[in-house]
Design a protein around this ligand. Structure first.
Ligand code: MN
Length: 711
């Protein structure tokens, strides 16, 4: 256990102005408060806060943090009160101890909700003063270092799991990579002893076979750099067992095939030398494509700066090389703790590097604790890409994010109305995956609404939640309208005046909570209009009452005039959709596909999508347009290729307008140097009108090609 004068000396070494008296008082106070308490290891309990204070001193933190380390368990585990702490050590330390104490009380709640709540409190506490988290991390590190003394195996696992899921990623997020590595490896050893054992054994085997390969490569890199005129300190290490194991899982490869298990670090004096060293290494060895990252010109949000590259090294092995200045290295290892002594901004969290923290707090206030943990695990801890707004603001997104994710990250409204994205000045599809450093300009339109297809490619929780919510309300509104129309039609056939009153009386019988729910059920095809009417007017004579009619018979029985919708061949009251792939129009030959719970989807007979249903003949229904369809409006979809010249888009829309077509949607699906590919949805009466429009477009010189969409 560290003695009182050793601790003071350790602090004085980096902070000569440190208040020695308060350190001494805290040391003695904590020792007396914990008295004869013992840890599970049999050590005096007091050894724990002293070790925590020692870890904080090694991070070169301010006196208040170290005093908090000494006192952090006194309020929770001894008779000391917050009032005592405030009286003896002042309000600042009292606030810090209070923050850490609150977190300790919430720790290790086994059920999901409580653990999530714990995490929520942690984020809130550290958003007020980041030092609360620093003390908590040191506390957790010492507990992990002494984890083996805890006899209860479940409790050990739980502590390790929490460390792995919450504390290690948080340490990384604030740039404390050394802390993160230590926490992660200790947790990994507890949670996956077999996996760790086998990785360690393989590393040992390689070491035996290759001799001291790390030392040889280190020496070789040093020599190459000094030939290039650089005095650099090079160090090499095997990557941690946990990170190797994770990579094996992520890439699904056995250890033998795993490249770069070794990482080398080159430290130089200034930024210019970093790029000089990079040039020297790249000209000496083959570069592994796709591995170069420049976090010097674009630092990570946690202020991490470094050059990363991968090369086929001197021993024909893939190695990772990180190049940075000594100052950058200190930040990389210690993160927010690095500049503590120089900047006396004690714990403030309003700088731009804490934007993520403020966002977390924001999300916290608008979601349940479980959702929050899920969201945070998904987004905060993942590999990220950093894209820029046109004004140069950095938006951090998970890897694989698209312009739609970007738009939602900037503002929900921008996400909802985005129609296109310019990435580095080029208009590209919304599904494009963003790369680090992309500048993204979102094109919006007030007429746009979230599209269901976005859900297939977005990766952020925020975007997905907004899109889903929109689709749900949208679908419900459509089903509601359709269902209401079907019920009204069924009333007419029954000779009844429409009124909601009889429906309200049978809601329970039909398993619906409200009349709107009832309409939605009918719209979705879960109930038929006839079932509803039969329930509402049980006395009414009806042959088909309460009988489920097989589809084939229903088709034979049905005639043109008793349709709830004006397509011949459908069961009365069945919900109907026009397929979005082929956009059938009156005059097209069509076919219906039945989907349980969703009704019938109408496709054109030559739609490519139909191939998917080839093996399910029972789902096909013959349908035809009925005559009164002619009065309604349908949407036809065409794909147009047009030369990329000023005014050409104008010719396209004018030509369509002259033929009486009303454009309901227009979307540039691809844009190259020479051509646009555009998808146009046009409201037309029937296929004849669409054919006329297509013919007119083909006659227009600037238009390269026109095709009707075929699924
Ligand atoms: Mn503790």
């Amino acid at each position: 256990m560290m003695r009182q004068p050793d601790l003071v000396e350790l602090v004085k070494a980096y902070d000569p102005r440190a208040d020695e008296a308060v350190l001494n008082r805290a040391y003695v106070y904590s020792m007396k408060a914990h008295g004869a308490q013992l840890r599970e290891s049999g050590d005096p309990y007091f050894s724990h806060p002293v070790e925590v204070a020692g870890l904080l001193a090694r991070m070169k933190l301010d006196t208040a943090s170290i005093v908090t380390g000494l006192l952090h368990d006194t309020v929770e585990d001894t008779v000391a009160t917050l009032d005592d702490i405030e009286r003896l050590f002042g309000p600042e330390i009292c606030r810090l101890v209070d923050g850490v104490t609150k977190l300790s009380r919430l720790e290790l709640q086994s059920d999901q909700t409580k653990q999530a709540e714990n995490f929520r409190k942690l984020v809130l506490a550290m958003s007020e003063d980041i030092r609360v988290l620093l003390v908590k991390l040191a506390d957790r590190l010492h507990n992990m270092q002494t984890l083996r003394f805890i006899k209860n195996a479940d409790k050990r696992r739980q502590i390790a799991r929490e460390t792995m899921d919450i504390y290690a990623p948080l340490a990384e997020r604030i740039g404390m990579h050394r802390m993160k590595d230590q926490l992660e490896d200790l947790a990994f050893a507890e949670l996956y002893p077999d996996a760790r054992g086998s990785v360690m054994a393989r590393l040992g085997f390689l070491r035996d076979r290759g001799g001291d390969i790390v030392a040889r490569i280190t020496a070789e890199l040093t020599r190459k750099l000094s030939e290039g005129g650089l005095t650099a300190s090079v160090s090499g290490r095997e990557k941690s067992a946990c990170s190797i194991w994770r990579k094996m899982q992520r890439k699904d490869v056995p250890f033998e095939q795993l490249a770069d298990v070794m990482a080398f670090r080159v430290l130089v004096d200034d930024v210019g030398q970093c790029y000089h060293a990079l040039g020297t290494i790249h000209s000496a060895y083959h570069v592994v494509p796709g591995r170069f990252k420049d976090y010097i010109s674009t630092p990570k949000p946690n202020n991490y700066r470094s050059l990363h590259t991968g090369v086929i090294g001197p021993e024909r092995q893939r190695i990772e090389v990180q190049i940075r200045t000594r100052e950058m290295h200190e930040v990389a290892e210690l993160g927010v703790a690095a500049h503590w002594i120089y900047k006396q901004e004690a714990g403030r969290t309003d700088g731009p590097q804490y934007r993520w923290l403020r966002e977390l707090v924001d999300i916290l206030e608008h979601s349940s604790p479980e959702e929050f943990v899920e969201h945070t695990k998904l987004e905060m801890f993942q590999d990220q890409v950093f894209a820029f707004t046109p004004k140069g603001e950095v938006i951090a997104l998970p890897r694989g994010a698209t312009p739609v994710d970007f738009a939602y990250a900037v503002h929900s409204q921008i996400g909802d109305t985005c129609v296109g994205a310019k990435i580095n000045g080029r208009l590209l599809p919304l599904r494009t995956k963003l790369n680090n450093g992309d500048q993204v300009e979102i094109v919006t339109s007030k007429a746009q609404t979230p599209s269901p297809t976005w859900e297939r490619f977005v990766v952020t929780g925020k975007a997905r939640a907004r899109i889903r919510r929109y689709i749900r309300t949208q679908q419900r509104a459509q089903y509601l309208d359709l269902g209401k129309a079907i019920v009204q039609k069924a009333y007419r056939q029954e000779g009844q005046e429409f009124s909601e009153r009889p429906l309200q009386l049978v809601l329970k019988q039909l398993n619906c909570a409200t009349t709107d729910d009832l309409y939605v059920a009918v719209g979705e095809g879960i109930l038929t209009g006839r079932e509803v009417v039969n329930a509402a007017f049980p006395h009414a004579p009806d042959a088909a009452k309460d009988k489920v009619v097989p589809l084939s018979r229903a088709r034979r029985r049905s005639t043109g005039k008793d349709q709830a919708v004006s397509i011949r061949g459908l069961i009365p009251g069945m919900a109907l959709h026009f397929a979005g792939c082929c956009h059938p129009l009156p005059g097209d030959r069509i076919v219906g596909i039945v989907t349980t719970g969703k009704g019938v989807t109408i496709h054109t007979i030559d739609c490519d999508t139909l191939e998917t249903f080839n093996d399910e003949p029972e789902r096909w229904i013959d349908v035809a347009w009925s005559s009164d369809e002619a009065e309604s409006v349908h949407v036809g979809r065409i794909n147009v290729t047009i030369a990329n010249e000023p005014g050409n888009l104008g010719s396209l829309t004018t030509t369509i307008g002259k033929q009486g077509g009303n454009i309901s949607n227009l979307k540039i699906t691809n844009r190259s140097q020479d051509f646009f590919e555009i998808m146009v949805d046009i409201q037309v009466a029937d296929v004849k009108q669409l054919s006329t429009i297509i013919a007119a477009l083909r006659a227009t010189p600037v238009i390269n090609s026109v095709e009707r969409a075929r699924g």
